[in-house]
Design a protein around this ligand. Structure first.
Ligand code: ZN
Length: 238
């Protein structure tokens, strides 16, 4: 049987002398693995449409177990994103987190749309030389992924007393998955979060990824959000 998928190539591993194994996030079936026969040969026709961070229509023949890719047509190659090392590093870092958070064969069209929107926004930012945008977009992708995977972080109300988080000395607890107000601060595994960081995360969670490219955030607040992300991901994935 041959199946057609809309997929975003997340990565690839070498398989034997001439083949590759691809990990693909598909609209139809979530994260899947499929082999590309002969894709390591220099003249391989399929290889271009199966580059990492490319959206393609992918044809896969399946009998038992993992399938074999029989054809691929690139839909969007995001060329500006791929031409900038700093953007590629951010995107691959985010994909690494996605691979840890998302289990195989779990379909979620929101995640497909999110990934596609993220790559398109990153491509646009790379074209416009928007170095500062890439960190906001990448943080946006991770906070939304956490949300879609059932780990929505709470920055509206204190995770301990449920009172509204006001501006001032607030903290973040990865164990409780959100902001801690000054009255509830215990010092145990709680990191300071700036007002700008709280505001940025609230905006991220309330808006589509495509619109985050317009956001302006001071670098210190972006750094702060990156610390929140790294603590939260570490807590979830162990
Ligand atoms: Zn509290």
């Amino acid at each position: 049987m041959e199946y057609k998928y809309n997929g975003i190539i997340l990565g690839k591993r070498n398989l034997g002398e001439t083949d590759r194994m691809y990990v693909i996030y598909t609209r139809e079936a979530g994260k899947i693995w499929a082999a590309g026969k002969g894709t390591r040969k220099p003249a391989a026709k399929l290889a271009g449409s199966l580059e990492s961070l490319t959206e393609s229509e992918i044809f896969i023949s399946k009998n038992r177990g993992r399938g074999n890719i029989t054809g691929a047509i690139a839909v969007d190659t995001f060329p500006f994103l791929k031409s900038k090392i700093s953007f590629l590093e951010s995107a691959f870092g985010a994909i690494g987190i996605l691979e840890k958070l998302i289990t195989d064969q779990e379909k979620d069209e929101r995640i497909y749309a999110l990934l596609k929107g993220y790559l398109a926004a990153m491509n646009k930012a790379a074209e416009e030389e928007g170095e500062d945008k890439k960190d906001i977009l990448t943080a946006g992708l991770i906070f939304k992924l956490l949300d879609f995977s059932g780990y929505r972080t709470s920055f509206e109300a204190c995770v301990k007393c449920r009172n509204k988080i006001l501006s001032g000395r607030n903290y973040f607890s990865a164990r409780l998955g959100g902001a801690v107000c000054p009255e509830c601060f215990s010092g145990l595994g709680e990191t300071r979060v700036s007002d700008g960081c709280v505001k940025m995360i609230r905006i991220i969670l309330a808006n589509k990824i495509e619109s985050l490219g317009k956001l302006k955030v001071p670098p210190a607040d972006i750094k702060n959000a990156q610390i929140v992300i790294s603590e939260q991901v570490k807590w979830i994935t162990g």
